[in-house]
Unconditional design. Structure first.
Length: 297
């Protein structure tokens, strides 16, 4: 395993079971105080990467009351992880196994998991595959049922990409696409989102994913509801759970959240005001709710 220290975190790589080099950011690993509590593992959305969690990871790893080690992963084909020649491997089952491999590589037997969107779907699978790994779970705008409106919205903006000219243009483009759902975001938030989504190349800024991932979503048939995940969700019944929903989310409905709480009466629910899919977790009210949830554990 390769390790390289940068400001606030260490860059680490490890190998998947099929030999791909995968990447992670490790915050607070050298802080003895952070080893007292289970670490936090952050799982990003479909086309996103570990950079989405940078500001939240700094907040949690530097918490003055109870700092925690935080590890944020890049799935295969995203961020600084290697692309897979077999594009069929960009699926939840393979990615769930990659998360288990990461835990083994970092010597983690139990952790708090924060799953945004696809990351939350992966956690549904892990709840069945290895429930003892889950000390607690935060599901960020995702649940056992995904609304077709939200899926089609994701499909639409992936199908009509425009390459930004520079970083200012990238932030402006994201704001133009998503501001109606995210009135809470500041100019700095949009710019931070741009840095998380895009990377610089010799040909300008591009989204930091294997294009095959977006192509699969664009080609998907969302005319009928997807199979639900209530059975694996029920496997989380004994695991402390926080469900975060974006107030304007099109992917996670209020009805689904209500059913999640009915099936898991001890779960907590929080609405990220003036945010859609998926909420930025470092904004003050959301980050404080996550800190409160972790403290109460």
């Amino acid at each position: 395993m390769f390790s390289n220290t940068t400001e606030g975190f260490e860059e680490k790589t490890y190998l998947s079971v099929d030999g791909l080099k995968l990447y992670a950011r490790d915050y607070g690993a050298g802080n003895p105080s952070a080893s007292v509590s289970p670490p936090v593992i952050c799982l990003p959305g479909l086309t996103r990467n570990s950079r989405d969690f940078h500001q939240l990871a700094l907040i949690l790893s530097k918490d003055p009351e109870r700092p925690r080690r935080v590890i944020a992963l890049d799935y295969r084909g995203r961020g600084r992880s290697a692309w897979d020649d077999n594009k069929q491997n960009y699926n939840l089952g393979v990615e769930a196994n990659d998360v288990l491999t990461a835990c083994s590589a970092f010597g983690i037997t139990q952790a708090v998991f924060i799953g945004t969107s696809r990351g939350g779907l992966i956690l549904h699978l892990i709840a069945e595959m290895k429930p003892e790994l889950l000390a607690s779970v935060v599901l960020n705008d995702v649940g056992p049922v995904l609304e077709l409106e939200g899926l089609r919205h994701i499909q639409a903006y992936l199908a009509n990409p425009r390459r930004p000219r520079d970083w200012d243009d990238a932030a402006g483009l994201l704001r133009q696409l998503h501001e109606a759902e995210f009135p809470a975001l500041s100019a700095d938030d949009w710019r931070g989102m741009a840095f998380a989504i895009y990377r610089e190349t010799d040909y300008g800024l591009v989204t930091d994913i294997d294009p095959a991932i977006a192509e699969a979503v664009i080609a998907a048939d969302f005319s009928k509801p997807l199979p639900d995940l209530w059975k694996p969700f029920d496997a989380m019944a004994a695991i402390p759970l926080l469900v975060i929903r974006g107030e304007t989310s099109k992917l996670l409905s209020k009805a689904t959240v209500e059913e999640m709480l009915r099936r898991h009466p001890a779960a907590r629910q929080f609405t990220a005001r003036c945010q859609g899919h998926a909420p930025l977790l470092h904004l003050d009210d959301v980050a404080e709710e996550i800190r409160r949830f972790l403290r109460d554990l």
